[in-house]
Design a protein around this ligand. Sequence first.
Ligand code: NAG
Ligand code: CU
Length: 232
Amino acid sequence: MKISTSLTLAAAISSASAHTIFVSLNGGAVGDGVRVPSYDGPITDVSSNNIVCNGGPNPTTATSKVITVQAGSTAKLTWRHTLTSAASDVIDPSHKGPVMAYMKKVSDATKDSGVGGGWFKIQQDGFDGTKWGVERLISASGVQTVTIPQCIAPGQYLLRGELIALHGAQNANGAQFYMECAQINVTGGSASKTPATVSFPGAYKATDPGILYNLYAGQKTYTVPGPSVFTC
Ligand SMILES: *[C@@H]1O[C@H](CO)[C@@H](O)[C@H](O)[C@H]1NC(C)=O
Ligand SMILES: [Cu+2]
């Protein structure tokens, strides 16, 4: 009896420290310009519209704020286990996987769902053979630093921060996708280069090598899903 009670307790503690949310941008308040969900759980169906800016099982809260970001500057995406977690509680370390960021040009960042084409990747941090992007994110107290490309057009964009946890990804639909969309207004972009774009849903398949992946097989390489990173 005693053993089973402590096992149950251990399981409860470990699931309580799982999951994560991109809660704020550039040191702003939680949910100010970032569509945060009421629950920190993952999306697991890559063909669902919820893979774009979350939703479905994790309803998101609209925000009227659009955050001004200078093209060529760095943006800081803060990840936390829950909307109220401290910097010491980013995500359970079991949730190893890549960390990414995408952007999409929109006419009104407060209204656009993000569903469909127009997305380009601006950053990815996968696996270097030893450490995962998620481990580096935890070391950085949950702050993901990305450069907003200098050469894109000015205007409103959705900035989609994404993290994939691979601890169950050896099973079909076992990868856990965590993502939120920030609403930004890019100023000062030179508009000298137009990124190639992909669609969400569409850019990922459940059988992609970086999505159906055995974390425990001792592999030294990992292919981050989605397109290559756009560079100026
Ligand atoms: C975006 O920035 C431009 C240039 O400063 C400004 O004219 C425009 O009003 C801004 N839009 C929003 C939604 O902040
Ligand atoms: Cu989790």
